[in-house]
Design a protein around this ligand. Structure first.
Ligand code: ASP
Length: 319
């Protein structure tokens, strides 16, 4: 039996400035359409997730691939993950540099190795083995990322004081930064998710956030549904946000209520903010964020829904 496919996409939950607002909304729409076209011709949820994430990794507006933010040393270090809900196989890379599309490398980890996560130099060596597209770092760094890094570092005395000045422990609102994520359900009823990020500006070199960690940065299981998360990585990891949502859906909660319940729990329990996009295995979507803004889009039955500010839900026909 062939099901109606659906794809849902986010472009990061944080205080997105007006200068990036239109670009972020456009970027998630383009990504959702690219992934939806893949699903409509009967290809897999994993293919759709990879295509949609690549579209946002190639878009300099987002903190993933080209446009990744810079760590305290002024370098790019990216994390990405993908998971196949039909067999719970997953693959992830962390702290990779010079890779054009970390999501494709994560997929290669899932499909070509017995591992779930490969980091740093080992991941770059693996990239060579599988022929991943490699770029000189300066082609991944945008003027915006460099400027933001320079501004932050101007006030830096130590990374610790920098972090506590800009991101007081009880206020993580600005810390999420245009990470991208996708969940898809294909015509065969298979669910997949992917998340890709450059992390947070001026992070310690070697810092890995929630994104490549299964259960935190996302989860996919055909038995329940799929989730991709964004926001303050350390908070998300502490509450295993994606698993939390999946468990709520397993107990019968709908995706929207599960998203709101889990993010409220994270706010109360660890004072963290963020956002999620969710599908259950019946093809119902949910999305929610506790930051100022999150660009999101989903498509089903050829209708595109999208928004950026709380409460927004615009729609239009895509064909
Ligand atoms: N969760 C990501 C991280 O902490 C950041 C984000 O979602 O924007 O690395």
């Amino acid at each position: 039996m062939s099901l109606e496919p659906i794809i849902i996409v986010h472009g990061g939950a944080w205080a997105i400035p007006d200068s990036l607002a239109d670009g972020s909304v456009r970027g998630v729409q383009v990504a959702a359409k690219a992934g939806y076209d893949v699903l409509r011709i009967g290809r897999s949820a994993v293919d759709a997730v990879e295509v949609a994430i690549m579209s946002m990794e190639d878009d300099p507006v987002f903190d993933a691939g080209v446009g990744s933010v810079l760590n305290a040393d002024g370098e790019v270090e990216m994390d990405a993950v993908i998971m196949n809900g039909s067999n719970l196989k997953s693959g992830a890379v962390a702290c990779v540099q010079n890779i054009k599309n970390p999501i494709s490398l994560a997929r290669a980890v899932m499909e070509k190795t017995d591992h779930t996560l490969i980091v740093g130099k080992g991941a770059n060596r693996f990239a060579q083995e599988v022929g991943a597209v490699v770029l000189p770092t300066d082609q991944l760094v945008t003027k915006t990322a460099r400027k933001e890094w320079e501004e932050l570092m101007k006030f830096r005395t130590t990374v610790t004081t920098l972090f506590s000045q800009r991101y007081p422990p009880t206020d993580h609102v600005n810390q999420g930064h245009d990470t991208v994520g996708v969940v898809a359900l294909d015509t065969q009823g298979n669910i997949a998710f992917g998340t890709s990020t450059g992390g947070i500006t001026a992070k310690r070199p070697g810092r890995v956030g929630d994104s490549p960690i299964i259960g935190a940065g996302g989860y996919a299981d055909n038995m329940t549904g799929g989730v991709s998360t964004t926001g303050h990585g350390e908070s998300i990891a502490k509450v295993c946000l994606a698993s939390h949502i999946n468990h709520l859906m397993e107990r019968g909660m709908d995706p929207q209520t599960a998203s709101e319940t889990a993010l409220s729990f994270m706010a109360v329990r660890v004072q963290g903010s963020g956002g999620v996009v969710v599908l259950n295995n019946c093809g119902n979507p949910g999305k929610y964020f506790t930051t100022e803004r999150m660009a999101w889009a989903w498509i089903k039955d050829d209708i595109l829904h999208y928004g950026l500010n709380p409460g927004e839900d615009f729609s239009e026909n895509v064909h």
